[in-house]
Ligand binder design. Structure first.
Ligand code: SF4
Length: 407
């Protein structure tokens, strides 16, 4: 970006490195001794590439869920417990997500309000099919992500710190985000595009203001939140679409640099704590399209969060490090949906494949067609007070009473 053309409220997230003094007084008085140091975070950006200036910058804020880490060899280490990686950060180091840093023995977020995306979109695009159907959500995202999926569709922003990229961004205070959302006429704010846990502080502040303004909060997440982060989020969170990438460790370890177990636990915890949950699986040829694995996934969903949980099966498009793979054949998606229905899942949708007819919502009890969709729009609405017009079975979901379809 040309320095001379930069407007005052637009700037790169990472510019010059600040000096990072070590201040022992900044450490909490009761250091926590870790039983296991967990994964060592990568070096990520060099110190010389880090951080927009000093703590006076609005995007640099003390982080929540940082705790002192008692490392006898490296004083001033901290541990971030926002996600299941539980990174231990030596002074000046950043976490796996690339946007949380140990500065002077304290954990800081580097991207508070530093949005790379802020725009209104149909909630069906996230995708949510049973949550306020036909409404719009105001999507916000910063850069950074705690996964490094080799097929990430948003790698330019999620993996910016690994790829040496500096996405354009603008500072958007929580109250401004809510004001823009209200002006756009949306019903919710979506924290999305990258894993929102990495910008937890910004999400929490925006969520509180959104709720006060009568808006809902929805997460599009990889499910890697720590239980501590969930405790902070759940009181403000209305719905989550969780990426269910596979139901085994192999895939998560090799493709995403993560583990399956924390994702599993998050999905169950959200469901049990009253957050409306939908699940999405991007089916990648040769990686997670094995019929037995798909059946295991479907069986896990039916058992753990119930057969009326919507499951979106979406087509992989070659991208990022998997640019050499072919896109998912329609037949694979159709077959995967058939397996899921055989197992007993009632609301299985196929996305990103217009030639496959599987975007309508069908009554789980009598098979009546309830909601029709085209692209990301609701085109048909047959629910009456949220129920099937034929058998009166209530459709699982949120905000299903009123038709969004303009006659
Ligand atoms: S959010 Fe996760 S990846 Fe990022 S620093 Fe914290 S524990 Fe590490």
């Amino acid at each position: 970006m040309d320095e001379n053309n930069r407007s005052p409220n637009r700037r790169e997230t990472f510019t010059k490195a600040p000096s990072v003094p070590f201040d022992p007084d900044a450490m909490p008085v009761l250091p926590v001794r870790a039983s296991s140091p967990g994964e060592e975070p990568p070096e990520g950006l060099r110190l010389g590439d880090l951080g927009p200036a000093a703590e006076s910058e609005p995007n640099i804020r003390p982080a929540v869920l940082g705790e002192a880490f008692d490392d006898p060899f490296v004083p001033g280490s901290v541990r971030c417990i926002a996600c299941a990686h539980r990174c231990v950060l030596r002074p000046s180091r950043i976490g796996i997500c690339g946007v949380r840093q140990n500065r002077g023995g304290r954990l800081y977020t580097l991207v508070y309000g530093q949005t790379v995306v802020a725009r209104a979109e149909p909630v069906e695009k996230k995708p949510f099919f049973h949550f306020l159907p036909g409404s719009y959500a105001y999507s916000v995202a910063t850069q950074g992500c705690n996964f490094h999926c080799s097929y990430c569709q948003n790698w330019q922003i999620s993996q910016a710190h690994r790829e040496g990229r500096v996405p354009e961004s603008r500072y958007l205070a929580p109250e401004t985000a809510v004001a823009e959302a209200l002006a756009a006429g949306v019903r919710s704010i979506a924290y999305t595009y990258v894993e929102p846990t990495v910008f937890l502080e910004y999400a929490l502040d925006t969520m509180a203001r959104a709720r006060a303004a009568g808006l809902h909060n929805i997460f599009v997440t990889n499910g890697y939140e720590s239980p501590e982060a969930l405790d902070l989020l759940v009181p403000q969170l209305d719905a989550a679409n969780v990426d269910l990438k596979a139901a085994n460790d192999d895939f998560y370890r090799h493709v995403c640099g993560a583990l399956w177990e924390p994702v599993r636990d998050t999905i169950v915890a959200m469901h049990e704590r009253g957050v409306w949950v939908e699940l999405t699986t991007l089916i990648i040829p040769g990686l997670n399209d094995d019929r037995r694995d798909l059946r295991v996934m479907a069986e896990w969903i039916a058992t753990a969060v119930g057969p009326e949980t919507p499951w979106h099966l979406t087509r992989f498009q070659p991208t990022y490090r998997l640019s050499g793979l072919a896109e998912t054949p329609a037949a694979t998606l159709v077959d995967a949906a058939a397996i899921a229905r055989e197992v007993g899942l009632r609301h299985v949708y196929v996305g990103n494949a217009p030639e496959v007819e599987a975007s309508a919502t069908i009554c789980a009890h009598c098979g009546e067609r309830l909601i029709g969709r085209s692209d990301f729009a609701v085109t048909e609405w047959r629910l009456v007070d949220g129920r099937c017009p034929r058998c009166r079975h209530a459709l699982a979901g949120v905000g299903l009473e009123d038709s969004p379809v303009i006659a």
